[in-house]
Design a protein around this ligand. Structure first.
Ligand code: ADP
Length: 264
């Protein structure tokens, strides 16, 4: 495929004719293998973007393309094969009684032959470091383990892009860092795109590019490093600056030299 993996062209969306516009003329592209973070305050339109990408919603204006296909009713199943989604609440995503059955379910639905299915389950659980849990009940795992199984489940479908929609927001700090580490390892090893939707600026540091949403408009596209030069503006649109960045800034201000700046 030449051209971007995902493209939004002048996309506007509202949840009903009597509702306000929640996305206003949004334009962006995401390349194959690129890792993007979408940030913005609550209600800025981030989850709506995710739902438009996999065709759960359709825009009233503008066009969306995924993997060379226009996202519409005709292409919906092909689009969903290219887009893996990991949501906020891992418990809502499980259908199997064991980790193996859960991942197998998604593959059976797609008619994957048994041998291939077994191979993919093993491989994907190894990648997220969960192969010891293949017989465990998903609901009894820790939050971070649940999300790693959810990631294995979408990886098994061999998508072109994985969207993590606030996938760490219900996790404790240990679970969060498990997911951030898993995703950054995947980024380095697979030619796959990632979209991390978050309101937590701690999670954007590994992204190639950050899209900042504000009240339904694309406010800025920048690298994480460029973004932290705009700290005051970020605070103004309702985002919290990560503790490490504030600490580094404060230490620099008082003249303490840092061996390794957290944003370097
Ligand atoms: P974010 O992910 O940035 O928190 P959302 O995309 O979930 O934002 O929501 C954007 C706006 O759309 C918000 O004002 C929200 O209240 C509204 N919204 C979200 N889902 C619905 C829905 N199902 N019906 C009506 N309004 C909705």
């Amino acid at each position: 495929m030449s051209g971007p993996l995902i493209e939004f062209q002048n996309v506007s969306f509202r949840y009903g004719e009597d509702q306000p516009w929640v996305l206003k003329n949004v334009n962006f592209t995401i390349g194959e293998g690129e890792s993007i973070a979408i940030i913005g305050h609550n209600g800025s339109g981030k989850s709506t973007i995710a739902k438009l990408i996999n065709g759960l919603l359709s825009p009233q204006a503008g066009k969306i393309f995924v993997d060379g296909m226009r996202v519409n009713e005709k292409n919906i199943w092909a689009v969903r094969k290219s887009v893996g989604m990991v949501f906020q609440n891992p418990d809502n995503q499980f259908v199997g009684t064991t980790v193996r059955d859960d991942i197998a379910f998604g593959l059976e639905n797609r008619g994957i032959p048994r041998e291939e299915m077994i191979r993919r389950i093993e491989e994907c659980l190894t990648v997220v470091n969960m192969s010891d849990y293949v017989q465990h009940e998903p609901h009894r795992l820790s939050g971070g383990q649940k999300q790693r199984v959810a990631i294995a489940g979408v990886l098994a479908i061999l998508p072109k892009v994985i969207i993590l929609d606030e996938a760490t927001s219900m996790l404790d700090p240990k679970g969060r860092s498990e997911i951030v580490d898993t995703v950054s390892a995947l980024k380095n090893n697979r030619h796959m795109s990632f979209i991390t939707i978050t309101h937590d600026l701690n999670e954007i540091i590994h992204a190639d590019r950050v899209i900042v949403m504000n009240d339904g408009e694309l406010w800025l596209e920048a690298t994480p490093r460029q973004l932290f030069t705009k700290k005051d503006e970020l605070v103004q649109i309702g985002l919290n600056i990560p503790f490490v960045a504030r600490l580094a800034e404060e230490l620099t201000r008082v003249g303490v030299e840092l061996e390794k700046h957290p944003l370097n």
